[in-house]
Structure formats: C-alpha cells, structure tokens
Design a protein around this ligand. Sequence first.
Ligand code: DX5
Ligand code: ZN
Length: 218
Amino acid sequence: MIKISPSLLAANITRLGEEIGKIEHCADMLHIDVMDGHFVPNLSFGVPVVAGIKKAAGLILDVHLMIDNPLRYIEKFSVAGADVITVHIEAPDDAEECIRLIRSLGKKAGIALNPDTPPQKIAHLAGKIDMALQMTVFPGFGGQSMERQAVDNIRVIREIIGADTDLQVDGGIYAENCAELTSRGANVIVSGTGIFGQPNPAAAVRVLRERAEEGAAL
Ligand code: DX5
Ligand code: ZN
C-alpha cells in the first residue's frame, strides 16, 4: 500500500499547526527529521516539537532520527508520541538493540541507510523491522537532488526485507520522479519541498499518491 509522509523540514516553522492542517486530511503520516549536528551537519527538531505536534495533530508521527546515539533518546521520543521511530544503520549504537527497544515500547521500528551504504548491511535485520528507509539524498538538508546509487539500491532492499515490510524513500522526491521509486519496490514516500514547498500542499500529496500508485502498478 502506498503511503505519503510529508516532511515537516520544508514547512513554514513559524506556522507549524497551520502547515500540518493543510495535509492532515490526505497524508498517511507526518515525517519529522531529528538532527543532532554530529551524525549530520545540521540541527532540526527535538523531543518538545514531537510532543507539541502529538497534541495538535491526529497523524501517525514518523520520526527519523539522524543522530549518533539513538539509544539515549528512543524512549524520550516514544513518550513524546512518535509512532514510527527510524534509526540509521551508520550510527554507532547497535541497530538491533535500538530496534528491540523501539518495539518493546510498542512502536514501529525503522532502519535507515544512506545512499552509499551497501544494502547488505541491513540483511541481518530482515524480519525484525517494520520499515526500511532508503535515503535518496545524503541526510541533513532538504531540497537536494536525488542520488542515482540510492535509486538502484531500492530493488535490492525490497528483496532483503520481503514484500510485507514497508520501504520508505526520503530526499529529492517530487511527482515527476516518484513512480520510478515505487516501480522498484518503495511504498512509503517522504517529500518535503515536493509538498510544503508547493503552492497547494494537499494537491501535491494527491498527485504524489497518483504517480506513486502508477509506478507500483508497472
Ligand atoms: C533529509 C531529510 C528529509 C528531507 C527531505 O535529511 O531526511 O526528510 O526533509 O526533503 P526534500 O523532500 O526537500 O528533499
Ligand atoms: Zn527524513
């Protein structure tokens, strides 16, 4: 099933509630990027932002942790209201331990890979995760162009995780290029600039979904 997860990073942060209101009725999840200035060279949202959004919005909160020591923060994000918590395979903390902790808290666990990380690095986690996240840009910033290597990895990741686990793609995704990703096996589309950077974010969600479904049917 195709799911659309708009990335809050591209929203107008002075009006977050209003921005979320624009897509709440048509999106499946809300993607919240957490950066620590170490794992990626940028800072973004933290626990209080997730807690605030949880009170204000009814969407599933899809929290992408681009941080060095996720084990230290998983429980805090869980309490704040994260529904899906994704950690990076490149982070120093043990990924399997992170996944066990996330699931023990009753949340869905995701494992993310950077564009240049070999897909086999997550092979030992197949069957233990709810979602894989193939980054289609190097993490840290919105508005970048998609990396070809990452697109080529999607089929391999789908084979590794099997048909029943979600496969998310994140970075540089717009209506024009999203069918290529779903034709290769991705089913959860994250888009920041492609949604909140558009004049009508709800219309952008609808078009992305249409294109994604067309790609999945190929
Ligand atoms: C990048 C983030 C993405 C980002 C995508 O590090 O993980 O979620 O918001 O932004 P766009 O869709 O603008 O490339
Ligand atoms: Zn993200």
